[in-house]
Write a protein that binds this ligand. Structure first.
Ligand SMILES: Nc1nc2c(ncn2[C@@H]2O[C@H](COP(=O)(O)OP(=O)(O)OP(=O)(O)O)[C@@H](O)[C@H]2O)c(=O)[nH]1
Ligand SMILES: [Mg+2]
Length: 496
């Protein structure tokens, strides 16, 4: 049965390519990252830059000089079009722009589910292009926002319930996780797998397990999540048996009596794989052409080396999904066709520009294992430190007789430096300090030696910047850092 549906799926992809050919081009861009990495802000900024570019200025006036489509004045028009998939929520672009640019300027709300948006671009190819037709052409950019946590679910497809239980319990015993896992692990190890299932017991174990996953994600620990990805972002599956399972101390190959807690948890785990994990990879992931993986490297740096190492592992796990072009158990389910992957460290505006290259260096090291995994699938890979929306500006400030490089912005109300609490209106200057010139130092416990006070000081949360208004009375694209480099890498070649 599964084979028939897989063949049908391949056929559908082939049919889609034919349709693209007939209707102009199309590129499907996946935007992912762990929660709070900056996906919503990135997509909002990217789409605003594209759709408002002709108003904001092309050629020498563009604020995206490295994005050749604009620098070479080949963009004719860009607008939003109905998305191709009617069963996926639409990315709430207008709502997010409103949040960012209206009087009370605030960052968009957390999203936590998949969404999609189509930007249709009319353009002229570059002079001398083999594909040049003289006529304006069209490229549809389908942007898909999905939680990176969902990619971490891929290894589950190759794991039995017993293996997954074993791996998860073991991961929870690592030094960084053990204290927050203690309560749930105690309960999991004590539970008798052969006992008859009582739903309240199952619910309690699942709740304790979820609690542990949630604790690991807080700012304080900033550990990257373990699967199952839907436990922290259940959407409409909340409370369903599909999400009411947890690891138990079970033996590989052992047979547990029907209706025992172990056999029922195993069924739910298998249902989660078949009905949640597999459809996501088959229906969404496999159709992507390009991918950006956003990484809140600064957040992890702020939490210390344990969080950085954990993030590194999560990135490597995420990239397993990209490697399935090779023959392995997953490639019978789906074959990704992604040919470009960009790793981007977000929120670079929280650092002075002298540290941007250093942040890139840290990200390069952080994703080295992931990049190694992605090699061999033939995808081109790059790394960038960016701010999709730049909330700060730079200034030299005198501090105790010294001139120091500072960044200035409007801290969000309630943010504080020492005794001073900001009201959300007045500006504040901070000295973000420098990242180490040798990225390896960031992974060493003693390198940054942040005290709690330093940490708060270093990464204050700023409000979005005030938007300039165009001649048409609407907000122009917001300032950014290196967003043009990211755009050029991800889609620039499709306009050549
Ligand atoms: N200064 C600055 N802050 C940013 C930037 N991008 C994101 N942030 C901050 O990071 C937070 C999370 O950004 P989102 O874009 O909502 O992240 P997300 O990945 O969509 O998060 P979820 O929807 O919760 O998964 C925002 O609320 C901002 O505080 C940026 O370019 N500059
Ligand atoms: Mg979001």
């Amino acid at each position: 049965m599964s084979q028939i549906s897989d063949i049908w799926f391949e056929t559908r992809i082939a049919a889609e390519s034919v349709r693209d050919y007939l209707s102009g081009g199309r590129v499907r861009l996946g935007v992912t990252g762990l929660s709070r990495a900056g996906k919503t802000v990135f997509i909002t900024a990217l789409v605003q830059q594209l759709t408002r570019a002709t108003e904001a200025g092309l050629g020498r006036r563009t604020t995206l000089p490295l994005f050749r489509l604009l620098a070479e004045e080949r963009l004719e028009a860009a607008h939003l079009d109905p998305q191709p998939d009617y069963n996926v929520p639409r990315f709430a672009f207008e709502e997010h722009v409103d949040a960012l640019t209206h009087d009370d300027r605030h960052w968009p709300n957390s999203t936590r589910r998949i969404s999609e948006l189509r930007v249709s671009v009319e353009f002229r190819r570059k002079v001398g292009s083999k594909k040049q037709s003289g006529e304006p052409e069209r490229l549809d950019i389908d942007i898909v926002d999905y939680p990176g946590e969902w990619l971490l679910d891929l290894p589950l497809l190759g794991k039995s319930y017993a293996q997954w239980s074993h791996d998860t319990l073991e991961a929870a015993s690592a030094a960084a996780r053990a204290p927050i896992a203690a309560e749930w692990r105690g309960a999991a190890v004590m539970a008798d797998p052969k006992a008859r299932l009582r739903e309240p017991d199952a619910q309690k174990l699942a709740a304790q397990f979820t609690q542990y996953l949630r604790a690991a994600k807080t700012d304080k620990f900033a550990l990257s999540t373990l699967p199952p990805g839907r436990f922290l972002m259940p959407g409409d599956l909340e409370g369903s048996p599909m999400l009411t399972f947890a690891p138990l101390n079970v033996e590989e190959g052992a047979v547990y009596p029907p209706r025992s807690i172990a056999s029922e948890m195993e069924r739910r785990y298998e249902a989660y794989k078949a009905q949640v994990v597999k459809p996501f990879f088959r229906d969404h992931f496999a159709r992507l052409d390009r991918q950006i993986v956003l990484v809140d490297a600064l957040g992890a740096l702020n939490s210390g080396p344990a969080a950085l190492r954990d993030l590194e592992t999560a990135l490597a796990e995420i990239l397993v999904a990209f490697r399935t072009g090779r023959a392995n158990i997953f490639s019978t389910i789906f074959k990704p066709k992604i040919d470009k992957i960009l790793f981007a460290a977000t929120k670079a505006d929280l650092l002075h520009h002298t540290s941007h290259d250093r942040l890139e260096g840290i990200l390069r090291l952080l994703s080295a294992r992931a990049i190694k995994r992605a090699h061999g699938v033939g995808a081109k890979i790059d790394v960038v430190a960016l701010a999709a929306i730049r909330a700060t500006r730079e200034a030299m400030v005198r501090h105790e007789g010294e001139r120091l490089a500072a960044i200035v912005g409007t801290p969000v109300a309630g943010q504080r430096i020492g005794d001073e609490e900001f009201d959300g209106v007045s500006e504040g200057a901070i000295f973000p300090g420098e990242l180490p010139s040798d990225p390896r130092l960031a992974f060493r416990g003693d390198a940054l030696a942040l005290t709690d006070e330093d940490a708060d000081f270093r990464f204050l949360k700023f409000r979005p910047p005030v938007a300039k208004i165009g001649r048409d009375g609407e907000a122009l694209p917001l300032p950014h850092i290196r967003l043009d480099r990211a755009m050029e890498f991800l889609i620039g070649d499709r306009f050549d």
